[in-house]
Each structure stands twice: as C-alpha cells, then as structure tokens.
Design a protein around this ligand. Structure first.
Ligand code: HEC
Length: 121
C-alpha cells in the first residue's frame, strides 16, 4: 500500500514538474556550436524565468522591439551588464549573473550569446 502510494506520488511529481519543464526546454532552439550549447543550458536554468515571462520587466526573447535598442550596444557592454547587473530607467533590475552567483564569467557570457542568437533569429 505504502509502495503504491509512493509510486502514485512519483508519477504525480513527474507529470506536474518534470514533463512541462522538458517540453518547455525543448521549445528553445539548439545549435551545434559548443558555446551555444553551453549558453543554452545556462540560459534555461538561470535566465529563462525572467526573460520569457513578465515577472521582472525583463526584455522578453520573443520581443524583438524591446531588444533592438539594447542590441545596438557592443557585445562587451551586454556582457558587462549581465555580469555586474543593470538598473533600467523604470526601476527594473537585471541582477548580477542573473542572481546565480556560482556562474563563471564565461558561463554568463555564453548565456548572453545564446540569448542574443535566439533574439536575432
Ligand atoms: C530576476 C530576473 C532576471 C534574471 C534571472 C535574468 N535577467 Fe537579464 N534582465 C532582467 C531585467 C529586468 C533586465 C532589464 C534591465 C533594464 O534595463 O531595465 C534584463 C536585461 C538583460 C540584458 C540586457 C542588458 C542591456 O544592456 O540592455 C541582458 C544581456 C541580460 N539581461 C542577460 C541575462 C542573462 C545572461 C541572464 C542569465 C545568466 C539573465 N539576464 C537573467 C532580469 C533578469
């Protein structure tokens, strides 16, 4: 009985948490370059929650108009803002390293590269 309950709970967990996560993760393009593969996994884990929903007022990857003025900056400036954080004029905040302090500079930069690539596609 306990075993059946545990199995039921495991199935529920899988359906509620894992399956939609996998489905969503797969809807973001994959690229063959290693750097973009690394960037994609960092991006999905750390950056996607803000950059695909309106919760923090972040520019959405689906919103080319929101990115157009930002993409006029150099890649170095975009890296710097992702690494050190940025407050926008409307009080919105890009937290340093997306709030994930364990990420290396290179992981953050790769995530920027991935996001820029999918925004520009
Ligand atoms: C907690 C929410 C949040 C997370 C997580 C987050 N961002 Fe952001 N990001 C923002 C917001 C908000 C802005 C817009 C800031 C502004 O200009 O007002 C932004 C802007 C940016 C910009 C544009 C900066 C510019 O110069 O215009 C880049 C690049 C960026 N984020 C990269 C990333 C990367 C890479 C990650 C993951 C490592 C990430 N973000 C995770 C909220 C987030």
């Amino acid at each position: 009985m306990a075993q059946a309950a545990a199995k039921f709970a495991a199935v529920l967990f899988t359906v509620a948490f894992c399956a939609p996560g996998v489905a969503r993760a797969q809807s973001y393009p994959e690229f063959s370059e290693l750097r973009l593969k690394l960037g994609r996994s960092v991006w999905i884990e750390t950056c996607k929650p803000c950059h695909t929903t309106d919760i923090a007022g972040a520019p959405q990857v689906s919103d080319k108009a929101a990115w157009a003025p930002r993409l006029k900056q150099s890649r170095e400036t975009l890296y710097e803002h992702a690494l050190k954080g940025l407050f926008g004029p409307k009080g919105t905040e890009m937290p340093p390293r997306g709030g994930n302090a364990v990420l290396t500079d290179d992981q953050v930069k790769a995530a920027v590269d991935y996001m820029i690539t999918i925004v520009s596609h």
